[in-house]
Design a protein around this ligand. Sequence first.
Ligand SMILES: Nc1ncnc2c1ncn2[C@@H]1O[C@H](COP(=O)(O)OP(=O)(O)OP(=O)(O)O)[C@@H](O)[C@H]1O
Length: 299
Amino acid sequence: MSTISPERLEAGATGKPPVLSVRGLSVVYESQNPVTAVKNASFELGRGEILGLAGESGCGKTTLAYAINRLHQPPARISSGQVLFHDSSGQELDLLGLGESQLRDFRWQKLSMVFQGAMNALNPVRSIGAQLDDTLRAHAPGMTRAARRERSAQVLTRVGVDPGRLRSFPHELSGGMRQRVMIAMAMLLEPQVMIMDEPTTALDVVVQRDILREIVRLREELDFAVIFITHDLPLLLEISDRIAVMLRGEIVELDQAATLYRQAAHPYTRKLLASFPSLRGDRGAFVRGGTADDPQEQS
Ligand SMILES: Nc1ncnc2c1ncn2[C@@H]1O[C@H](COP(=O)(O)OP(=O)(O)OP(=O)(O)O)[C@@H](O)[C@H]1O
């Protein structure tokens, strides 16, 4: 059973107006034995907020992320619910009601996604610069060639990749660099929301930390909101404003990271917290390498 009080679902709890509202979203895999992979999920994402989505493998995190962006494929079907995008222009978009061409315009520009292994989605026979340029040409037709090149160099610099790499091909870059390029691609059109599904899981721990630090810094600089999905709860405690915990398709708890860390309300969250050795004992020594026990109070 859910332990979420209605006010905790609201991004208002973080003091920020919502950029995305997910209401009663359910997704069913219509296979021989239908599986409801997401059950009645509701939450709001505040403008500029980092919302962590945690839960063990198979609990429905990826299905939820794909459904929000309408990237789910059959046999997955959204059986109920609503996803509203509150654009910075004041316009409200009903994402489940958008047509295909509206959806193409929406993705990347308003909301982008970086998924696990995204680095392998780069085209091996085109340079990094050409691939960034393709995205800009498709979505920002008014930009001149020079402006596109400048923008591509700028986003690469932002994620810590030398803009000289625009001429490189994917195989000439390390895994960490390629993943950074994908994050640069997701930031290219300055979306208001980025969904990141295990974006750094395939990378070694040091590179992972570097990239995460970069994402947190960029969020502060550019004020986009992030839904960050991972089974790695300690990591979420470090980077998130609020954390939602999923269990068998349901969001069973949603709270400020610090509150969830100190006094998780749901037994499953407590079990999840206890399952990470680094979180046991004098709780918190792991957090951002410090000693205080509040993940939100350190920088
Ligand atoms: N194509 C499919 N057909 C039927 N069921 C599916 C399909 N894809 C996923 N599922 C089921 O939906 C549920 C949720 O899967 P999902 O991949 O969303 O979980 P997850 O939390 O993202 O897991 P992971 O962390 O391993 O990626 C699982 O029980 C899974 O078995």
